[in-house]
Design a protein. Structure first.
Ligand SMILES: Cc1cc2nc3c(=O)[nH]c(=O)nc-3n(C[C@H](O)[C@H](O)[C@H](O)COP(=O)(O)OP(=O)(O)OC[C@H]3O[C@@H](n4cnc5c(N)ncnc54)[C@H](O)[C@@H]3O)c2cc1C
Length: 427
């Protein structure tokens, strides 16, 4: 049977030690079968176990193999679409619920880290950096908007203030969210998996779900075993393939790339990011970066529509890093990798139910570290019969991509080119 290892990332190289997990080779019975051991699956599993369900998690490769073990590690609150857009799309009650939940994922992460003593280099503080007056105006209105939903911990920064937190002369200003922050993402996933097991949950690795037998008593098949469950949660996101055709047709896997420098040493690290906040800029195709626990710079940016793996990641991302930090021109890149996130046309997550007993959440379109943790809670609430918050997400419209599966890649790339041109021209 295939044994899929982690990609060669800084995270895999610095992962906390974990015991080997078996592949499923028998038939098991469980209340809930979760497909995918990323944050969506693990968060769902943890909330369900805490509520008294029995849970079996099937992971095609290893815990955190997907985006959850490869991402920039930035705890960014809210969704990949602004709440005013959501307000225009849905009714006021639904918008109110979604707005109230926009900062809950970050709190869930911090509660998990504290409750289960997860060692993942958690740091507080995230900066949104504006490159143009238009972006600064957008941050000002964003702050007003979020405050309407009770999120009052945000600080606008002028040019002088942002230079105190990031040594980059491109920014006109920004916004600091102290409820944002950063983590070692793979160690967060591994810690959550250990928490799942500490509550009696079972995790099988190298155990892809290859077929779902739907119906009143659904069965999930793997190459060598099967899981009989009362409920199924589909949490495979951009790595799910065509297991559930309804989900594949309204979303698009996209690749994004990350590089990691050699350790910079305390002095240079403190010069770049004195308070150790993470930063993302406000461009449509945004750059994002932060320091690691051992004082490397992790820098990510760019999108490959359709998730093809670029041949030379360093050649794509290093110039972006040097544009922000020319002082790093002699610094070596130790790691470069790619990972897939799932884009939806609305850039809002797709949440729902297929039949009575198959639940799913996918497609947070870039910012997913916080949302996926919230999704786990909301899915668990729905399985317990409290579906108000689940329905607020489930009622968001799911649109197909223009051009269908064949033309969605060039159409989306064209759209992104247009928006990034607008960013470069400052309008
Ligand atoms: C390079 C990169 C950088 C990012 N940076 C950030 C960031 O800094 N901040 C932020 O908020 N968001 C970021 N994101 C997005 C964020 O990481 C994702 O939104 C989030 O991790 C998605 O979690 P998930 O559990 O839904 O999916 P994933 O983490 O992708 O997990 C899905 C899992 O399901 C498994 N699977 C798939 N199909 C099957 C099957 N048939 N059977 C069994 N298992 C299956 C996969 O192997 C995988 O482990 C980034 C994404 C990438 C790729």
């Amino acid at each position: 049977m295939a044994n899929t290892p982690y990609p060669q990332s800084y995270y895999a190289a610095s992962a906390n030690p974990v015991p080997p997990r078996p592949a499923l080779q028998e038939e098991v019975q469980t209340d809930v079968c979760v497909i995918g051991a990323g944050y969506t699956g693990l968060s769902s599993a943890l909330f369900l176990l805490e509520a008294g369900f029995s849970v079996t998690v099937l992971e095609a490769a290893k815990v955190g193999f997907g985006a959850s073990g490869r991402n920039g590690g930035q705890i960014v609150n809210s969704y990949s679409r602004d709440i005013d857009v959501i307000e225009r799309t849905v009714g006021p009650k639904q918008a109110q619920l979604l707005g109230q939940m926009a900062f809950e994922g970050g709190r869930i992460i911090r509660e998990r880290v504290a409750k289960y003593n997860i060692q993942c280099d958690l740091k507080d503080g995230g900066v949104f950096a504006a490159l143009t007056p238009k972006q600064m105006g957008h941050l000002e209105s964003q702050k007003r908007l979020w405050e309407r939903y009770g999120h009052t911990q945000l600080e606008l920064m002028d040019q002088k203030r942002i230079r105190e937190v990031v040594d980059c002369d491109q920014y006109l200003g920004g916004m600091l969210d102290m409820s944002g922050g950063h983590i070692h993402p793979l160690n967060l996933a591994l810690g959550e998996a250990a928490a799942v097991e500490s509550l009696g949950g079972k995790i099988y690795e190298q155990s892809p779900a290859v077929r779902i037998e739907r119906g009143a008593n659904p069965v999930v098949h793997t190459p060598q075993g099967k899981v009989r469950a009362k409920f199924i949660i589909v949490a495979g996101n951009a790595y799910l393939g065509n297991l559930v055709p309804e989900l594949a047709s309204k979303s698009m896997p996209c690749g994004t790339q990350v590089i990691t420098t050699e350790p910079l040493g305390d002095d240079l690290a403190r010069q770049l990011l004195p308070q150790d906040y993470c930063v993302e800029d406000c461009n449509y195709l945004l750059d994002y970066y932060r320091l690691t626990g051992d004082k490397r710079l992790i820098f990510g940016g760019g999108v490959v529509y359709g998730a093809r793996d670029p041949a030379n990641i360093e050649a794509i991302i290093r110039p972006k890093m040097l544009k922000a930090f020319p002082q790093l021109k002699d610094v070596k890149i130790d790691y470069a990798w790619t990972g897939n996130f799932l884009l939806t046309l609305s850039r809002l997550p797709q949440v729902g139910r297929l039949g009575d007993n198959i639940y799913y959440s996918q497609g947070c379109s870039g910012h997913g570290v916080t949302y996926t943790h919230l999704a786990g809670k909301v899915l668990a609430e729905a399985l317990r019969g409290q579906a108000e918050r689940f329905d607020a997400f489930a009622e968001l419209p799911h649109y197909p991509f223009p051009g269908g599966q064949l033309l969605r890649v060039p159409f989306s790339a064209l759209g992104a080119w247009y928006y990034s041109l607008r960013d470069r021209l400052g309008f």
